[in-house]
Write a protein that binds this ligand. Structure first.
Ligand SMILES: C[S@@+](CC[C@H](N)C(=O)[O-])C[C@H]1O[C@@H](n2cnc3c(N)ncnc32)[C@H](O)[C@@H]1O
Length: 242
């Protein structure tokens, strides 16, 4: 586990750039299928947006009719989330301690890209913590970067300057640049394979009831690069195991 890993979203300028992203280009594919996945697996309206950032994913859930609490470790991100959505509920959390949130209270926990920035050992304790927050029939929907995102070019990202990404093993740092916003400093993520995620779920007592790797169809109004043949994201629906 990289002990010196820094969450690049604790940064005023990066938070400002990130807050301009909406649902276009490669990000479109991360959100396109969420309403159907949520409709299939979630009953009830109480939601936690784990790693809400500047609130894009929280506002998305609010528009779907959820009563949402957004949590994040970055005050810079939360400041923007609150300013954009003053009636929303956005809270700073320590990162892997959810004691201020009500156990068993959430029908849905959404995590959109949050685990891309969390080192391995911490991922394990966070999945256990999120499981405790779920209502008995609750569901975690986790959108993560596919390992392939770090070795290809995309409508929203470039990785060609980082050939070392191709050699990174699960749990190691990889770099990627978001081309949809102004901040062209590389983002440092932790690459994590499907195998590693499934081991984490098993250890946390979670069962993957659905996995989706979204591909573009080709008729969307975006200039796709690899999105019609390689999935940039992986979406998991997770339930407490029996
Ligand atoms: C890539 S952003 C995604 C934000 C938002 N979900 C969206 O879709 O726009 C990831 C966010 O996760 C947050 N994050 C990283 N580790 C976290 C942790 N342990 N607990 C809560 N938030 C975390 C970061 O601060 C950042 O705001």
């Amino acid at each position: 586990m990289p002990t010196n890993f820094i969450n690049c979203y604790e940064d005023v300028s990066r938070a400002g750039a990130y807050s301009t992203l909406e649902f276009a280009n490669t990000y479109y594919l991360a959100y396109r299928d969420l309403p159907a996945i949520i409709a299939e697996h979630v009953t009830g309206t109480r939601a936690l947006d784990f790693g809400c950032g500047a609130g894009r994913s929280t506002r998305f859930l609010r528009k779907l009719g959820f009563n949402v609490t957004g949590v994040d470790i970055s005050e810079d991100m939360l400041r923007i989330a609150r300013a954009t959505d003053p009636s929303g509920d956005y809270r700073l959390v320590p990162g892997d301690n959810f004691s201020e949130l009500e156990a068993g209270a959430f029908d849905l926990v959404l995590s959109a890209f949050t685990f891309d920035n969390i080192p391995g050992a911490m991922k394990a304790s966070i999945f256990c913590g999120l499981r405790e927050l779920l209502a008995p029939k609750g569901t975690i929907v986790s959108v993560v970067s596919a390992p392939e995102i770090y070795t290809h070019e995309w409508a929203s990202f470039t990785t060609k300057d980082f050939p070392k990404n191709a050699k990174a093993r699960s749990g190691e740092v990889v770099r990627i640049i978001v081309t949809d916003h102004q901040d062209r400093r590389p983002v440092e993520d932790i690459i994590c394979t499907d195998e590693s995620y499934r081991a984490l779920y098993r250890d946390a007592g979670l069962e993957a009831v659905q996995m989706l790797k979204p591909l573009a169809k080709g008729d969307e109004p975006y200039s796709w690069v690899n999105e019609t043949s390689i999935a940039p994201w992986v979406i998991y629906a997770l339930k407490p195991g029996t």
